[in-house]
Design a protein around this ligand. Structure first.
Ligand code: FPP
Length: 214
């Protein structure tokens, strides 16, 4: 969900206003993806590297999580989704951790739902290192055992990644899972990304030949 900062700066607003607009865009885009048959959506909301931003912006993002996560996830759950979190949430203040744990506990029983994973203090390299550490504690470090300890262990393979905001890189997102994912880059800033553009990307995905190296 890249481009919130630029979206705000172009309107002479503080960057946090861009993140707020970004949050507002999540439910419509995720709902549109589910309506078109997507079964799992993972949102990159706060990376391990985002902690290094100016204190004001980091505090603003944490406050947004504190105030908006519950209403946003309620909306998603009411539409039939199950919401979970990936990443090391121990970084967040206790009250925020409690909110996240409560949301996860409240809806973890929902079966056969479309799944929304929200990545918070998430980094792909950290996820791989953690999985390798946990794998080594339980025996030989095999690919199967590493995959069992990834945050996405129970999810289907990753099909596609969409990055908005014009940059063409993965920025430490789902690095292991991205091995054969189809990549899409849009110049649209996240708050302006919409259902029409998503539909175009899903149509292009349907026409891509996936050979998985074969
Ligand atoms: C990247 O844009 C976006 C982020 C670093 C944060 C995304 C977070 C949210 C949309 C909100 C999370 C909160 C909830 C409740 C889910 P950028 O700031 O790097 O934009 P720029 O490249 O234009 O500067």
């Amino acid at each position: 969900m890249d481009g919130n900062g630029r979206w705000a700066t172009r309107r002479l607003l503080p960057r946090t206003a861009g993140h707020r607009a970004g949050v507002k865009n999540i439910v419509p885009v995720v709902t549109a993806a589910f309506d078109r048959g997507v079964s799992v959506v993972t949102l990159y909301a706060f990376s391990t590297e985002n902690k290094g931003r100016a204190k004001d912006e980091v505090d603003g993002l944490i406050d947004l999580i504190r105030k908006q996560m519950r209403p946003m996830t309620r909306d998603l759950i009411a539409r039939g989704s199950r919401v979970g979190f990936i990443g090391d949430i121990e970084y967040f203040p206790n009250d925020v951790q409690n909110i996240l744990c409560e949301i996860a506990a409240e809806n973890s029983h929902i079966e056969n739902a479309q799944i929304v994973n929200i990545a918070l203090n998430y980094g792909g390299r950290e996820e791989i290192a953690r999985a390798a550490r946990l794998a080594s504690e339980s025996g030989e470090v095999t690919r199967a055992r590493i995959e069992r300890y990834l945050y996405t262990a129970d999810m289907p393979p990753l099909d596609m990644i969409i990055r908005t905001g014009g940059e063409k890189r993965l920025s430490n997102f789902l690095l292991y899972q991205a091995a054969y994912a189809e990549l899409f880059f849009s110049d649209t800033l996240w708050p302006d990304f919409n259902e029409n553009e998503l539909t175009g990307i899903l149509d292009e995905f349907a026409h891509r030949q996936r050979r998985f190296g074969k």
